[in-house]
Every structure is written in C-alpha cells, then in structure tokens.
Design a protein around this ligand. Structure first.
Ligand code: NAD
Length: 307
C-alpha cells in the first residue's frame, strides 16, 4: 500500500478541529487535506465516524478513538482495507477522569458544586463523605484505560483489584481475577470501573446479577462503552438501592435521552462521552498516524492494527 493522499475526515471535529491534525501532519510526504463526502484519489482516511463510502476508495482507515465497534470489521477484511485505532493514548486522560469521578463521589465535590449554584452554605450529611484511601476499586479490563486507572488509584492508596483474561497481575494491582470470576472480583469493591472494549463477549457484562453481587454502598464507573453495562438493570439497581451511585461517561444511546432517569439521580454523575477529552489529543493521534505512514514507507507492520 502506498499513501499519496491522506484525508482527515471532518467528523474528527467531534474531538478536535480537523485542520489542527492536518497541520500537525503537513510535513509528511503524502498530501494531507480535510475531506468529506468526496474520496476520489484519497488512499487513507483519519476519522471519527464511519462513512460507508470509504470502502470504495481508501486502503487504510485510522480511527481517532480506541473503540472500533462502529466499523464493519468483516467487510473491511473481505475488501482488504486496513483499520488502525488510537489505543495507547488515553491512559492519563481517562485514568485521571475516572479517579476524579471517584474522588467527587467520595468527597462529595459534586454536591458542593450543586449547592454553590443555589448559593447554599451547607455541609453534606455527616456520614456521606469518605476517603478513597484503603477502599477497594475493581478495574474490569486492564489495557491502556484500566492500567491508567489502576496506577492513579494505587497512587492515592486505593486497593486495586483487576479483571483480565490472563490471570497475571499488571502493575498497581494487588489481585487479578479472570472474567469467569467477575462476581467474586466485584463483591467487596466500593468502586467498580469498567474499561473493556465493547465486543460480543463484553456486551451486558455488568447486569442484574452483578449489581446484586455488589455492595449496597458501591458505585459503578463506566468509561468504556455504554452497552458493556445493561443500562435498564443499572437504573433498577440504583432505584432499588442495590448499589449507591454511578459515574457514567458512556450510554446505550448517546446523547443520553432527555427522559432518562439517570439525569436526575443525586449520586449519578453524567458526562457526555468526554473522559478522554484533552487539548493534546490531536498531537497524540498525529504521532500514531505519522508512525504508521513511516512504517508503510518502510514496508513494516503498522502499530495499533485492528484489521
Ligand atoms: P486496550 O485495547 O488497550 O485495552 C482493552 C483491554 O480489555 C485489553 O487488555 C483486553 O484484553 C481487555 N478485555 C477484552 N475483553 C475483556 C473481557 N471480557 N474481560 C476483561 N478484559 C477484557 O483498549 P483501551 O485503550 O484501554 O480502551 C478500552 C475501551 O475503552 C475502548 O475499546 C473504548 O471502547 C473505550 N474508551 C472510551 C473512552 C472514553 O472517552 N470514554 C476513551 C478511550 C477508550
């Protein structure tokens, strides 16, 4: 494969201005330009969305996200189109975000901000605040995101337990369970953080049985993909007090529909799939794309290759 024209699809504006990425890659040999709808002569595209028209034109698609569940993997394979993703760059951003949400829930920061809006000078209930120190967090999935969370949670003294398919510990975890022992892994956790990709094996991974197994004072943090959690079962568990709260960055339907009960729950933090938002995001994506253009020139294996 040779890339003469690299297109930056306008959909990357979901994350950063496409022109920023085009500028950051302007010194490469291929011609780099922002594209939408007309892919004649475009050999490779960097994108947020999938456009079925890519399939008739490009040899290589790079997604600016880590998740690639929106791409037709079988069709890409059949047509010999390469797909690469942006995993490896979100450990710090999503790690800090998840730990930030846990700190907010434990130290009641969200409650103070809500009260500030109403100019209310009022302590939280005396027995609501707690410290994360010595609390157990179970991180489900120990790739870039999971290890990013584990490292930061360990740094503030949490007891980090992990769930991964290979039963060996990764740095900053005290214990690791395989997915068939998920319930054991989460039953003592104060926080369960979900960081797996969405696959057929992980769809609905956390559902009614898992919420039933969790402690009543536990919180769920989902920074992975909405459908990894059974959202109806989560709402039931929150309403019935089976678990106490949640920090949710991703949902079965995005944007979260206006009539979702999750918007108005006191101990639920809703964010708009923004855990990875970061002003340097386009630079990190540029680094991966640049490496792969150089690998192609040298006839070497691409990094972050999915298909
Ligand atoms: P990654 O490939 O580095 O790590 C994923 C890990 O999950 C791997 O270690 C894999 O072995 C593990 N895994 C897969 N199936 C599992 C299972 N059944 N049980 C336990 N572990 C399992 O990917 P990443 O960069 O860490 O991203 C993970 C996912 O998080 C992405 O696929 C994406 O959907 C999501 N994500 C969300 C945001 C956001 O803004 N909220 C940002 C980045 C990534």
């Amino acid at each position: 494969m040779h890339v003469d024209h690299l297109g930056i699809h306008t959909s990357v504006e979901e994350v950063f201005p496409p022109e920023r990425l085009a500028e950051a890659l302007a010194d490469l040999d291929p011609n780099v330009s922002v594209v939408e709808g007309d892919y004649d002569g475009v050999d490779a595209v960097v994108t947020f969305d999938h456009d079925p028209d890519f399939l008739d034109h490009v040899d290589w698609i790079h997604t600016v996200q880590a998740g690639y569940d929106k791409f037709p993997l079988d069709e890409l394979r059949e047509r010999d189109i390469v797909l690469t993703n942006s995993t490896g760059i979100h450990g710090a951003s999503v790690g800090e975000f998840a730990v930030g949400q846990m700190l907010s829930l434990a130290r009641r920061l969200h409650e103070h901000r809500d009260k500030q809006h109403d100019h209310e000078w009022e302590w939280p209930d005396w027995d609501d605040p707690f410290t994360l120190f010595n609390e157990q967090v179970t991180v489900v999935g120990l790739g870039t995101l999971g290890q990013g969370v584990a490292r930061r949670a360990d740094g503030i003294g949490m007891r980090v337990v992990g769930v991964r398919r290979t039963p060996t510990r990764t740095p900053h975890t005290r214990e690791v369970y395989t997915p068939d022992r998920l319930r054991e892994a989460i039953e003592d956790a104060r926080f369960v953080v979900v960081t797996t990709p969405l696959t057929e094996a992980t769809r609905g991974l956390l559902g009614a049985d898992e919420f039933d197994a969790m402690r009543e004072d536990a919180y769920l943090v989902n920074v992975a993909r909405g459908p990894v959690v059974d959202q109806d079962a989560l709402v039931d568990a929150l309403e019935s007090g089976e678990i106490t709260g949640a920090a949710l960055d991703v949902f079965e339907e995005e944007p979260l529909p206006e009539d979702s009960p999750l918007w108005d729950m006191d101990d639920v933090l809703v964010s708009p799939h923004a855990a990875a938002a970061d002003r340097d995001y386009y630079r990190d994506v540029a680094d991966i794309v640049r490496q792969n253009v150089l690998h192609l020139d040298a006839d070497e294996e691409l990094v972050n290759r999915v298909v």
